[in-house]
Design a protein around this ligand. Structure first.
Ligand code: GDP
Length: 352
């Protein structure tokens, strides 16, 4: 089967044949085809990009399938994989199907863990209604957002009704995750003292739910105290028209003891129902599409310039200036950068 699917991607048939049969495999729920397709959309090779575009086109013509896209963000060690394992298993037992994607490759290597994703979410991985996509190996410059959106879309087309997107609170990834999710959950664990320290205000503003984990044993009181700090913080935020009264909400639970998970899932489903009952859901999807487009535009410009060899040529030339003893702030370097910028502009215009 694997050989067959690999053949489908690289194979002897036309690219259109490939994308038609691959789309059919994905829609019939073939997990290997889904994995192969996600690898394809993550690829930066131009022939893969072309095939990926054909596949996405085929799938989008095949009829709309829509999941609830939930981003779970939080610092390493907050308990994201424990929570996804437990809540995902609960959803599957309720009859839902769940796909899990990790946005940033670092997310499995932080928190002292170098375990693979399957091992981290062992219970969920063992359920037939679940699919766990191993983390990407590398993070392509400028393309994280649009490629992850495509991976989410592929999971939807494979028939999953919930897509959980895991991301660490490192770098740009959580802002990106909020761009391709319907629900953004910030997971926090009680620390020592000032809970809001280290969590950027901007991230709190993105959250639909702030979930304080580890409310068990010795940590219980600290978790309750952290939750009240978060409540005071969100109280100061301006109300968003995309939220019903009471949202964003702060919840307290224990992922490992599985207390409070039912309530969390009920809050998510309440929020989804409310947004779907008005225009907010569709508007949210429209914004996600616009951001996808923005990301693809940036990517297209980047790869066009890269393929032209301009950057490499300037890099060599400007490194020569450094070798000649000019500082990075010298007019030789800044003038070179300005010339590069002008040349890129000319190059792009010429490509019209
Ligand atoms: P991630 O890095 O955010 O994915 O965090 P993990 O799910 O790997 O959890 C980090 C550590 O916190 C592990 O040792 C977990 O066993 C522990 N942990 C996760 N959830 C809970 C919880 O609800 N209570 C307690 N006490 N520990 C937890």
């Amino acid at each position: 089967m694997e050989v067959e699917i690999t053949g489908m991607i690289t194979g002897r048939k036309t690219a259109r044949d490939d994308s038609v049969s691959m789309a059919a495999e994905i829609r019939s729920g073939n997990r290997r085809a889904l994995s192969a397709a996600i690898t394809l959309v993550e690829s930066t090779r131009s022939e893969d990009r072309e095939l990926a575009a054909g596949l996405m086109d085929q799938l989008s013509r095949a009829g709309r399938r829509e999941a609830v896209r939930i981003a779970v963000s939080g610092t390493p060690g907050a308990g994201k994989s424990t929570l996804i394992d437990a809540a995902g298993s609960m959803l599957v037992k309720q009859g839902c199907s769940v796909a899990v994607l990790a946005v940033d490759p670092t997310s499995v290597r932080t928190g002292g863990s170098i375990l693979g994703d399957k091992t981290r979410m062992a219970r969920l991985a063992g359920l037939s209604g679940a699919y766990i996509r191993p983390s990407p190996n590398s993070q392509a410059l400028g393309g994280v957002s649009s490629r992850s959106t495509e991976a989410v879309f592929l999971c939807e087309q494979a028939g999953f009704d919930h897509v959980l997107i895991e991301t660490t609170g490192v770098g740009q990834s959580e802002t990106d995750a909020s761009r391709f999710s319907d629900i953004f959950m910030l997971l926090a664990a009680p620390g020592g003292g000032d809970e809001l320290q280290g969590i950027k205000r901007g991230i709190i503003e993105l959250a639909d739910l702030i979930v304080v984990n580890k409310a068990d044993g010795e940590l219980k009181n600290a978790a309750l105290a952290a939750a009240s700090e978060y409540r005071s913080a969100i109280h100061l935020l301006p109300a968003s028209p995309a939220n019903p009264p009471g949202f964003p909400k702060v919840l307290v639970l224990s992922a490992s003891e599985e207390t409070g998970l039912d309530a969390m899932l009920a809050e998510i489903s309440q929020l989804v129902d409310w947004r779907k009952s008005g225009s907010h859901w569709r508007e949210g999807r429209r914004i996600q599409e616009a951001r996808w487009l923005e990301s693809r535009l940036g990517q297209t410009i980047h790869s066009t310039v890269e393929q032209s060899g301009l950057v490499e040529r300037y890099c060599r030339r400007l490194e020569g200036e450094l070798d000649a003893g000019h500082s990075v702030y010298s007019p030789e370097i800044s003038g070179g950068l300005a010339r590069l910028s002008a040349e890129i502009a000319r190059h792009l215009e010429g490509g019209e």
